[in-house]
Design a protein around this ligand. Structure first.
Ligand code: HAM
Length: 429
């Protein structure tokens, strides 16, 4: 029986692994330089945790199972609930603000498509304990810092920003009841993701009153923060939300990333727990789903039994990002080979043990070193050295027996010179 891999999963051969590491190493590097500390949690949790506040969409995509103790569990589809649970557990001892990052492997039983798989990696950065939208600005800055670091510019990617707080205030003003809000958010989030006709039907299902629906459609056609002034009659809550967005854009300008950011009323986010500023990052070809997204979730920690503490953050997956980096030729300086520094070759079998000692010494000195298991003709061993991209070859031959010398061959220039073994190792150290 031929065993296949499961649909929506990936095998990472060394050349794929090099790209995955390029993405993830930079995630870690940029997180650290932006002041975030790394955390992680288990890959499965109680199913109920994801059903509580993540929303219907993610609940319907869970890989869930029952363990032998009949506990209902699920593989993590996101790490934000774990973060909330972990922070709550130590809320009295953790110094604030809490700035944490993580790169978890996640699973969602989605229909696999370009940029969407059933198993993926997702960079998370979160700030807990800061009410001011400066924290939201910092999260966006950190995401843009990463994208710029890969070589992407504001011609390639855009951060589309809106506010759940604003949308909630306006929907309330249009007469849409609070209990129905979550459903409406779910539909609005789909506006740019489904055909117009499907969206129309979904909206009709969520809001039966046609006058209210018309108001919502009017709101969804707003292009700038200034245009929102036509909803000025909607009261103080809406005004405060607009002022907060203005303040955020001011911070983004001061931080020097305004050209990456724009207001987009259509950003609502699919997860249920967002409460304030929300954003999504897209590549400008508009052919792909979001590279990343996040926002403020000020109630989640309290909903999980902790105190009321504000929080904001974002997640960025490796799938769409990988496609964009590939398309733009930005997987630079990635060697798909092992980049061996020293490949040690030996002239005949009597020198094999000396070669093994040399290899061990080189490796202990921190050098990437390898050799041929088979040995045999020097020419063949040198070919093997080229195949593993070795920078230099160490030739153990007659000179070794006679004068304790080895020959160092530079594989790109072809130059070679004899060196005393002792001198070679003392220089290495
Ligand atoms: P999310 O919008 O569900 O947010 O996911 C964030 C990003 O993860 C997406 O934009 C996408 O890049 C990637 N992603 C999601 N699902 C898949 C999939 N099936 N295949 C490949 N990539 C995917 C969250 O998960 C929030 N917990 C993020 C967050 C952190 N908000 C605050 N803090």
């Amino acid at each position: 029986m031929e065993i296949q891999s499961v649909k929506g999963t990936r095998d990472f051969y060394p050349e794929d692994m090099a790209k995955r590491n390029f993405i993830a190493d930079l995630w870690k590097q940029v997180s650290v330089r932006n002041g975030f500390a790394e955390f992680d949690g288990p890959i499965f949790e109680y199913l109920a945790m994801y059903q509580l506040k993540s929303g219907d969409e993610i609940s319907s995509q869970l890989f869930s199972f029952e363990d032998r103790g009949e506990r209902k569990l699920a593989i993590r589809p996101e790490i934000t609930p774990t973060l909330a649970r972990m922070v709550n557990q130590r809320i009295n001892t953790l110094p604030r603000p809490i700035k944490w990052f993580s790169v978890p492997r996640l699973c969602r039983a989605e229909r696999p498509q370009k940029g969407r798989l059933r198993e993926f990696f997702q960079w998370n950065i979160d700030i807990i304990g800061v009410d001011d939208c400066l924290a939201d600005a910092e999260v966006i800055f950190c995401a843009v810092d990463y994208l710029q670091q890969t070589g992407l510019t504001s011609n390639d990617v855009v951060v589309r920003i809106s506010s759940r707080r604003l949308i909630a205030a306006l929907l309330e003003c249009f007469g849409i009841e609070k209990q129905g809000l979550e459903k409406v958010y779910g539909v609005l989030d789909k506006k740019s993701k489904v055909p117009a006709e499907t969206f129309g039907k979904m909206l009709e299902e969520a809001i039966s009153d046609s006058a209210k629906r018309q108001k919502v459609l009017e709101l969804m056609s707003v292009k700038t923060l200034i245009e929102l002034e036509s909803f000025a009659g909607c009261g103080e809550k809406a005004k405060e939300a607009v002022d907060e967005l203005k303040k955020l854009f001011n911070y983004l300008e001061i931080m020097g990333i305004k050209e990456f950011c724009r207001f987009d009323i259509g950003i609502v986010r699919g997860l249920a727990y967002y409460t304030g500023i929300v954003f999504e990052i897209y590549d400008k070809s508009e052919q792909l789903r979001a590279i990343g997204g996040g926002g403020r979730y000020d109630n989640l920690l309290a909903d999980f039994g902790g105190p009321k503490i504000s929080a904001t953050g974002m997640g960025m997956g490796d799938c769409v990002l990988g496609i964009v980096l590939e398309e733009k030729g930005l997987f630079k300086n990635i060697s798909e080979k092992n980049n061996i520094e020293y490949f040690v070759v030996y002239a005949d079998d009597s020198l094999k043990n000396e070669t093994l000692k040399l290899i061990a010494t080189l490796r202990r000195a921190g050098c990437k070193a390898d050799f041929s298991y088979k040995g045999g003709a020097l020419g063949k061993q040198l070919k093997q050295a080229s195949a593993v991209n070795a920078a230099k070859c160490v030739i153990v031959g007659d000179e070794f027996t006679q004068k304790k010398q080895i020959i160092i061959k530079n594989m790109s220039s072809g130059e070679q010179s004899p060196v005393d073994v002792g001198e070679f190792f003392s220089k290495l150290r």
